[in-house]
Design a protein around this ligand. Structure first.
Ligand code: NAI
Length: 326
């Protein structure tokens, strides 16, 4: 076994936390030879519930679980962490405008960014799940000036996995046969699920599915899947979100498969004409613990329009939280 690594999870007593912690402790995220020490961050009133989760974690007697720290102090939660999954966020309440939501979350992700800046390992891998994920990641990153901005990512992987599964279902194959799908932009209804480079069992996706189904069914179904889950379940996606977070971190830490890529929300370096610094969903490959944007993909007019629309939304979000970006 390797020496243990420290993995912080915020919102540990929430729905996603409950689906996520047990899989991390079981080795699904970092592999069967990597012990973990979990650092759980919750708000003070939720600490008793978090303690209940710790009791259950202990009751699993996981071979890879090397310790658990539970706290309501981000400075403790992020001390020496190698990984941080920022799940806890302020949900949208009745009558709350998007701007109010962004500001309420700024009050969470600004201080968490500063605590990561002070206390985390210098090569910490941060994944923001809590919505609005891309802009929350931007706020955290902007408040962590001593860390490489590339330490901060936002979750597009649930959208990516939804797209794989929907394409597989439509073509009567398995999701493992679907490669090179990209979710560009924001984790929101403006995201652009792009199959222009995708293959299904080795054949270009465009030859297997009709353009009409792609534009009028596939894209809106992926964009609206979160709302459909809420309608069906009466609660937002939790196990699938946790599973996507595991996939995101595993690929980032351990690499992506040859001949394929994944979608990650990462600070733009200006690639594909997207403003540098925006946390935007790109196609990436990962190796040796770093991610690289897939270069030189052709972008047709249809793609350009949708990629720009989701970038516009992210620019608007960035402007709405300007005061929090330091
Ligand atoms: P939940 O409400 O069940 O749990 C959130 C937990 O975060 C609560 O226990 C709460 O006490 C805690 N929390 C709130 N503020 C905190 C703070 N400052 N520090 C630490 N903990 C804090 O919500 P759920 O279902 O677990 O979802 C969490 C977030 O993930 C939501 O913002 C949701 O919109 C988002 N989400 C994102 C997805 C994505 O694909 N990026 C997919 C699904 C959900």
């Amino acid at each position: 076994l390797k020496p243990p690594v420290r993995v912080a999870v915020t919102g540990a007593a929430g729905q996603i936390g409950y689906a996520l912690l047990f899989r991390i402790a079981a080795g699904d995220m970092l592999g069967p030879d990597q012990p973990v020490i979990l650092h759980l961050l919750e708000i003070t009133p939720a600490l008793p519930a978090a303690q209940g989760v710790v009791m259950e974690l202990n009751d699993c007697a996981f071979p890879l679980l090397a310790g658990v720290v539970t706290t309501d102090d981000p400075n403790v939660a992020f001390s020496d962490v190698d990984f941080a999954l920022l799940v806890g966020a302020r949900p949208r309440g009745p009558g709350m405008e998007r701007k109010d939501l962004l500001e309420a979350n700024g009050a969470i992700f600004g201080p968490q960014g500063r605590a990561l800046n002070k206390h985390a390992k210098r090569d910490v891998k941060v994944l923001v799940v809590g919505n609005p994920a891309n802009t929350n990641a931007l706020i955290a990153q902007a408040n962590a000036p001593d860390l490489d901005p590339r330490c901060f990512t936002a979750m597009m992987r649930l959208d990516h996995n939804r797209a794989l599964s929907l394409l597989a279902e439509q073509t009567d194959t398995h999701s493992t046969g679907v490669k090179k799908v990209t979710i560009w932009g924001n984790h929101s209804a403006t995201q652009y699920p792009d199959i222009s480079q995708a293959t299904i069992d080795g054949t270009p996706a465009a030859q297997k599915i009709g353009r009409d189904w792609y534009e009028t069914t596939f894209i809106p179904t992926v964009q609206q899947r979160g709302a459909a889950i809420i309608k069906a379940r009466g609660a937002s996606s939790a196990a699938s979100a946790a599973s996507a977070a595991i996939d995101h971190m595993r690929n980032w830490a351990l690499g992506t498969a040859d001949g394929d890529w994944v979608s990650m929300g990462i600070p733009s370096d200006g690639s594909y004409g997207i403003d540098a610094g925006l946390i935007y969903g790109f196609p990436v490959t990962c190796s040796g613990g770093t991610y690289t944007i897939v270069p030189n993909l052709p972008v047709d007019d249809f793609s350009r329009r949708l990629m720009d629309a989701t970038a516009d939304e992210l620019r608007g979000e960035r402007d709405a939280v300007k005061a929090l970006l330091g």
